[in-house]
Write a protein that binds this ligand. Structure first.
Ligand code: GAP
Length: 513
């Protein structure tokens, strides 16, 4: 992950926000290549889901909405993440991820490695006095090893064995003299409080210039509600027949308890959402169709199949509005995590808004002559998470002779720059002039850059690192035969192409008719 973060900064994809002031934590700015990649991801999504279908209409609702929207949607009451704050190191942890965090923590990983196999408590004691002291200074096993070890006397030999019960074991190494099992802090090992707190994730702001009279409004936590509250406007202006959908891309904001993992979880992010309205009896089938369609979208854009999976939610993790949901997960460097959720939101939202606004939000079926609330199937993905997955998946380090070539093998529709024109010798004015002329011409049809700021080897490496698909090199021979060399990013194979045919050649390669 560090390699991706470093490449993103070094090559102008993603920077920390407000960096010159020390940065605003977990907030990111997209630089010159980042914004191109972002626009390409959004455009690929819009093309597949709006232009590529007859049953979806685009929308762009305001971020700020009437506060009653969030009352009706249930967000003000239910959009909460239970969390625990460690009293010693003051870090926050989401209740639902705390055991994963412990399992993956530095101290538990070190303890696990030390105790692998059939080790006795002398190893545990040694760990407590050495590694444990550094990694988990507040763990009871570290503070009072002899006392704590007595609570696990019957367990230690099972460590690493099939019967090993992780939570029981960890609970006991966190016991103090009272012998009561505790949940230790994933960061410092201190016993965590029993009671969790609940944080509302809604970000507030003031609507109006004078604080005393301004209205409290919210930065939307999902783009979805902008589509639900416009349902009647869409029916009245476009008269669509079921099933049909609305699509929107836009910013969303959440006061996340534990933002992190680069752009994976942030407080400001962008969503790509579809609200697909269906007859209730068709909801289950449409849900399955959308899961397939969205899964294939990522594959078609080059994500490796082995890095993508579907994970149906169990009842306990469903959002307050959902009857069923399947996540599309990506195998990020920090583990399998959600990329997109596809949910059956039933008629919950339309009914809630109908009740709160007093408007009849039912759909009229003019064949069956009946009014009813459609169900909603919602594929909801994150722009930033998709970008992160595309970057991770495309990142390759390859050994070329004695060197390591870093190359971003992004899909051709996503690559920020499609081609670069490079003069082989930058001190030869006639070569430079010819290369600039070619670049100027290609720019009329493609996203193309000209670069002469290094040796050809350096220029290739630089373009590989940002995923440029083709490098067009002008050399001495080009002055004579009016041909250039075109190098393919992935294979590094080179073709000699006549300048007359260059546009046609590149259009064919890029599949542009
Ligand atoms: N309207 C439904 C909804 O918002 P969600 O699962 O909470 O569902 C949908 O969010 C998607 O939005 C996620 O799959 C993820 O890609 C993205 N997302 C959610 N919270 C995010 C955050 N804090 N940072 C970045 N992306 C986020």
């Amino acid at each position: 992950m560090e390699k991706i973060v470093s490449l993103c900064k070094r090559r102008g994809f993603i920077f920390q926000s407000s960096e010159i002031y020390g940065g605003l934590s977990n907030t990111w700015d997209y630089g010159p290549f980042g914004v191109e990649l972002k626009n390409n991801v959004k455009s690929a999504w819009w093309k597949a889901n709006v232009y590529g279908r007859d049953d979806i209409l685009g929308m762009d609702a305001a971020i700020l909405m009437h506060p009653k929207v969030w009352e009706a949607s249930g967000h003000l009451k239910s959009f909460k993440d239970p969390f625990i704050k460690c009293p010693a190191c003051l870090q926050f942890f989401r209740l639902d991820t705390i055991w994963d965090k412990i399992w993956n923590s530095d101290w538990f990983t070190s303890l696990r490695e030390t105790m692998m196999g059939d080790k006795d408590s002398s190893y545990l004691l040694r760990w407590a006095k050495t590694e444990g002291k550094k990694l988990a200074p507040n763990l009871n096993l570290v503070k009072e090893p002899e006392v704590t070890i007595s609570w696990i006397a019957d367990l230690h030999h099972k460590f690493g064995g099939v019967e090993f019960d992780f939570k029981t074991y960890v609970g006991r190494i966190a016991c103090s003299r009272d012998g009561i099992a505790r949940t230790p802090c994933p960061n410092c090992g201190n016993p965590l409080p029993e009671e969790s707190m609940a944080a509302n994730l809604m970000l507030e702001t003031l609507f109006g210039p004078v604080k005393e009279t301004a209205q409290k409004v919210y930065l939307r936590p999902e783009t979805a509600q902008g589509m639900f509250v416009n349902f009647l406007n869409i029916l009245d202006s476009k008269h669509p027949k079921l099933p049909f959908g609305l699509a929107q891309i836009g910013k969303a904001f959440r006061n996340e308890v534990t933002p992190g993992n680069f752009t994976f979880r942030t407080r400001e992010f962008e969503q790509m959402e579809i609200e697909y309205f269906v007859k209730p009896q068709e909801a289950d089938k449409k849900l399955e169709e959308w899961i397939e369609s969205r899964f294939n979208w990522y594959l078609n854009l080059g994500i490796k199949k082995e890095n993508l999976r579907k994970r149906p939610h169990n009842k306990a993790e469903l959002a307050h509005y959902a009857k069923a949901c399947t996540d599309i997960e990506y195998n990020f460097p920090f583990g399998w995590s959600e990329l997109e959720g596809i949910a059956n939101r039933t008629d919950f939202d339309l009914k809630q808004h109908a009740q709160a606004s007093g408007r009849d939000m039912r759909y009229f079926d003019d064949v069956a002559k009946e009014r009813f609330y459609p169900y909603i199937i919602e594929p909801s993905g994150g722009v930033d998470r998709s970008i992160l997955a595309f970057l991770v998946d495309a990142f390759h380090e390859e050994k070329v002779k004695d060197d390591i070539r870093v190359v971003l093998k992004l899909h051709k529709d996503l690559a920020p720059i499609k081609m670069a024109v490079l003069p082989l010798l930058r001190n030869r004015p006639e070569i430079v002039e010819m290369a600039k002329e070619i670049a100027g011409d290609l720019k009329k049809s493609f996203i193309c850059v000209y670069d002469d700021t290094g040796s050809i080897g350096k220029l290739y490496r630089r373009q590989d690192e940002v995923g440029t698909l083709y490098c067009v090199t002008v050399d001495v021979q080009s002055l004579e035969d009016k041909q250039v060399t075109v190098r393919d990013r992935d294979t590094m194979l080179q073709d000699r192409v006549s300048i007359d045919r260059l546009k046609e050649y590149l259009s064919e390669k890029l599949n542009i008719k």
